[in-house]
Design a protein around this ligand. Structure first.
Ligand SMILES: Cc1cc2nc3c(=O)[nH]c(=O)nc-3n(C[C@H](O)[C@H](O)[C@H](O)COP(=O)(O)OP(=O)(O)OC[C@H]3O[C@@H](n4cnc5c(N)ncnc54)[C@H](O)[C@@H]3O)c2cc1C
Length: 515
């Protein structure tokens, strides 16, 4: 099947098939021969032979190449252009299953390999350095962080730079950026769609989590010109989940990364556009088209707007938390964190299912994990199957425990103090303290409840179930007051909201037919 859509090629020993810094490369399925994949220092990461294939997530995201592939035995292979491959993934379920799973797993392994991807050079004290590290982590970008303390060369470089130019970012294959925004880094790496200064669409979806992607798939598949904007990385909270066990149709569970890759591929298949990172800053309602202003100055005029901005993790109310964040305090536990925490004492704070999933994941990676929560009994807040898993993987549980202080040097945690004065020797802390809605930017434009969640339906004085107090503006997923905070319900609301959008855009004529 690949041969029908690609081109058969040969390559001699020593030939380079792609190298670090290339803008793109085709997908390559090997018929015979062998190829080695190398990092920037020339170290071998893997060899692929007959029936294997070359490629990873950047074939889908557009990210520039950060590895080199050199032929080690004469090769015959099929090269399939990246655009054609994407189309095949829409059309062939089994190929799509095989490749998406392999690409996601390869990216996870590469994230654990030192010395590949971008180099971020900056000190811990620099908030822009910490911002970029957080962004790279969320983007699942392989990166190396170099601090002035650990490298003489970095110390000299940083000393010569103005604060606004920190961090210094070195791109794979050459080129550097000084103090880039998240958007500038994305563009430099070829990731994500760049918006025109002003866009006009039928449906603007704000937020690229499960609800937003659900709305995008249904909106675009039902013929609406649909744009999704996402302030950081598509996937939302679900994207940071190690394994979603209760999502219908995936009896063995599915990782947040894979669910997101599949959803984005599906949204693209129907023609929805997804632009990142673009943060909505203001919503100015208007009869015909609502105007949404984005950080950075872009504007989108949309006939209907779906607010799917979800919620953000709550932070711990302790001093100096930001000095530890991203170094030894985290809000998600993925492969790089599991590797970092192997054989270390780790605290996971929170009594919900997401805390349990992280604790189990870290314990399976070899960490000595204690889960701390406020209440007297975990069963009040956690699913029983996860309580069993905690026991199975040797996670210690401390009831009625709240952290009041963090202690350590240079962002590296050594101990935490609890409100009762107990000191616990943790090197890493993971926080799962629930979430607050991302709605501050909306001001009074739509009605919200006392906690900031968006009111819809009768509570907002609106006709439609998911319509806000502003006609033509809808809310779906965790951001909506009264929503069930689950992946499946967020996707379901995203799908449902499109029905109301259609009703808004095609009002019923007096004789009962849609105009
Ligand atoms: C670690 C973890 C594990 C979980 N595990 C499970 C599970 O196993 N099963 C389950 O059912 N649920 C699980 N959940 C809950 C589930 O992920 C959420 O209910 C779901 O993601 C909500 O989807 P959403 O699209 O409404 O919001 P979100 O997922 O919060 O997505 C909202 C998106 O909007 C973006 N955004 C915010 N503000 C702006 C703005 N101004 N402009 C542009 N974009 C913006 C955010 O960056 C984010 O990407 C888990 C959650 C977490 C954190």
């Amino acid at each position: 099947m690949l041969a029908e859509h690609g081109e058969e090629r040969t390559a001699e020993v020593g030939e380079t098939l792609f190298q670090i810094g290339d803008e793109s490369y085709p997908f390559m399925a090997i018929i015979e021969g062998e190829v080695t994949v190398l990092d920037g220092a020339g170290r071998e990461i893997v060899r692929h032979g007959a029936s294997g294939f070359l490629g990873e997530m950047n074939l889908l995201t557009g990210q520039t190449v950060f590895l080199t592939a050199v032929v080690t035995q004469p090769m015959r292979y099929i090269a399939v252009d990246r655009g054609v491959l994407r189309r095949l993934l829409f059309e062939d379920g089994s190929l799509s299953d095989l490749l998406l799973t392999a690409f996601v797993e390869r990216r996870e392994l590469l994230q654990q390999w030192d010395g590949i991807g971008v180099e971020i050079i900056g000190p811990l004290e620099s908030s822009d350095t910490r911002r970029l590290l957080d962004f790279a982590r969320r983007l699942r970008l392989p990166y190396t962080w170099i601090t002035p303390e650990e490298s003489r060369e970095a110390a000299v470089l940083i000393e010569q730079l103005d604060t606004a130019d920190i961090p210094l970012v070195r791109l794979p294959g050459g080129g550097e950026l000084r103090g880039p925004t998240n958007g500038e880094l994305s563009r430099a790496l070829g990731i994500g769609l760049e918006l025109a200064q002003r866009e006009e669409v039928d449906l603007l979806v704000i937020g690229g989590g499960p609800a937003g992607l659900g709305a995008a798939v249904y909106g675009a598949s039902e013929g609406l010109d649909t744009l999704v904007i996402e302030s950081s990385v598509v996937g939302g909270q679900a994207g940071s989940s190690r394994r979603i066990e209760n999502y219908l149709g995936f009896p063995a569970g599915i990782s947040g990364t894979e669910l997101t890759s599949r959803a984005v591929t599906q949204a693209r298949k129907f023609g929805a556009r997804t632009a990142t990172p673009y943060r909505a800053r203001a919503l100015e309602p208007d009869g015909e088209r609502h105007l949404v202003k984005l950080e950075g100055g872009n504007e989108v005029a949309a006939r209907a707007v779906v607010l799917a901005t979800g919620a953000e993790y709550r932070r711990l109310p302790v001093e100096d938390l930001d000095r530890y964040e991203g170094v030894s305090v985290f809000y998600a536990a993925g492969p790089p964190e599991a590797q970092l925490c192997g054989a270390q004492r780790v605290g996971v704070i929170g009594g919900g299912n997401s805390a349990a999933q992280a604790a189990v994941w870290l314990a399976r990676g070899g960490a000595l994990v204690t889960l701390l929560h406020r209440r007297g009994d975990l069963r009040e807040t956690m699913s029983s199957y996860l309580i069993d898993e905690l026991e199975r993987y040797g996670v210690a549980v401390r009831d009625r425990s709240e952290v009041s202080g963090l202690h350590g040097e240079e962002g590296r945690l050594e101990t935490v103090t609890l409100t009762d004065g107990t000191k616990l020797p943790f090197s890493f802390l993971f926080l799962f303290l629930g979430a607050v809605p991302c709605t501050d930017w909306l001001g009074d434009v739509v009605a919200r409840d006392a906690d900031g969640f968006i009111l819809t339906g009768a509570d907002a004085g609106a006709d439609g179930l998911l319509e806000t107090s502003m006609p033509g503006v809808y809310a779906a997923g965790d951001v909506r007051a009264g929503s069930i905070k689950r992946c499946a319900t967020a996707v379901g609301e995203g799908a449902t909201v499109v029905r109301f959008v259609h009703e808004h855009l095609t009002p019923v004529a007096p004789h009962g037919k849609r105009r």
